[in-house]
Design a protein. Structure first.
Length: 400
């Protein structure tokens, strides 16, 4: 047998029966070294060696990192996400990594993680109770359950499973960009798509009644802005007087109030399209003018205890309003009106009513600050019963 050329690769059989292949290739660290592959048959190993050599001929380096997933995810959060993403995004990613990814995949090697392992793990996560870790089928599983004596059935929602998958996919995609791995195995795994509800929203009559009922509420102007401008909760609570020009009747949405790392923080909106200038209709101008006078009185009454933040909507001593505490005002108001709406459904009401009035979708998108017009059309642009009745009536007239 002729002697193999240098770098051609070699295959031998080990004492345990496995075949061991070797080939010289360039690694992601820039060093040319011999890389080993293993398999149960000579043909399997030959295919792996051939694949290594083909990648090397194309100039694709072979990953040589030995990090496990826990080490890589810690690096990714600290060096990539914290530096390049907003604090709230980092906080959400860190929670998913700590609670789900590290316990489930932390010991797996980054470079050898397979799509089948990710698919099987995500299937278990979606199917098991998060408290006792037993499966959904109680009769077959006979779980040794929680302290209460039976399975609490605390299953993850489809939306949460999708979020876990998205964080893993983003992390592995960064590893591909840094040439730590050749492909993103999470992209090969599909997860069920959750259905997104937009809430019921209010009719014109119900919206008028809400504004009338909130007339004496100290946050009346906030409800006017939510209904008439479609602003998000964080945008309303992060709104400053210097972003409002009552003379020119315009408002700039450029900040959002969020709780990040245990502190209330003013942050930039998530997308560039969320930063927008909106004209003020007379209804909103009037409400803001009255609110400014009311705030001056509260400032005078508070005296030295007042904290000046420049915010439009504050507590009675000038401090920012905790976003979750807004329900202390909203829940009693909706209870008096017999409604079961979330506060966010006021934004939904604004967008839906604008579309019902025939406002072009691209204008509605700019007012609401949607990142894509597809959101405006897919989520909100559903025809009312009155529109459907009119359309079907017209068709019926033609057919009769």
């Amino acid at each position: 047998m002729a002697k193999r050329a240098n770098g051609e690769g070699s295959i031998t059989r080990r004492k345990d029966g496995l075949y061991h292949g070797r080939a010289f290739v360039t690694t992601t660290s820039g060093i040319r070294k011999r890389v080993s592959v293993y398999g149960k048959t000579r043909d399997e190993v030959r295919a792996k060696v051939t694949e290594l050599q083909a990648q090397d001929m194309k100039g694709i380096p072979v990953p040589d990192t030995n990090m496990n997933m826990e080490e890589y995810l810690a690096y990714w959060l600290a060096r990539v996400v914290r530096v390049n993403r907003r604090p709230k995004t980092h906080q959400g990613y860190e929670s998913v990594v700590r609670v789900h990814l590290v316990p489930g995949l932390g010991r797996k090697k980054l470079r050898t993680l397979r799509a089948a392992e990710v698919r099987a793990w995500l299937g278990r996560v979606a199917a098991e109770c998060q408290c006792c870790k037993h499966g959904r089928d109680k009769q077959r599983d006979k779980p040794r359950c929680c302290a209460a004596g039976e399975c609490c059935r605390s299953y993850l929602s489809r939306r949460m499973v999708q979020s876990i998958h998205a964080v893993l996919r983003n992390a592995l995609q960064n590893a591909v960009r840094e040439e730590l791995i050749v492909r993103n195995v999470a992209q090969l795994v599909q997860v069920p798509t959750p259905s997104y509800g937009t809430g019921k929203g209010l009719s014109i009559a119900e919206a008028r009644l809400l504004l009338k009922e909130s007339q004496n509420d100290r946050l009346h102007a906030l409800y006017v802005l939510a209904l008439a401008m479609g602003m998000r909760r964080g945008e309303l609570l992060g709104l400053k007087w210097d972003a409002i020009d009552l003379d020119r009747e315009s408002l700039i949405v450029e900040r959002s109030l969020q709780r990040v790392g245990g502190e209330l923080t003013l942050v930039l909106p998530k997308t560039d399209s969320s930063i927008r200038t909106i004209p003020l209709p007379p209804l909103v101008t009037k409400a803001l003018t009255e609110h400014r006078e009311r705030q001056k009185q509260e400032r005078a009454e508070a005296g030295d205890t007042w904290t000046e933040t420049g915010l439009v909507f504050t507590s009675r001593v000038g401090t920012p309003i905790e976003p979750d505490n807004l329900r202390r005002s909203w829940y009693p108001l909706r209870r008096r009106l017999g409604l079961k709406l979330r506060f966010h459904d006021l934004r939904h009401t604004c967008v839906t009513l604008l579309l019902d009035l025939g406002v072009p979708p691209h204008v509605v998108r700019q007012i609401a600050g949607h990142s894509d017009i597809g959101v405006t059309m897919k989520v909100y642009a559903h025809a009312s019963l009155a529109e459907q009745r009119k359309a079907l009536g017209s068709l019926g007239d033609k057919l009769s």
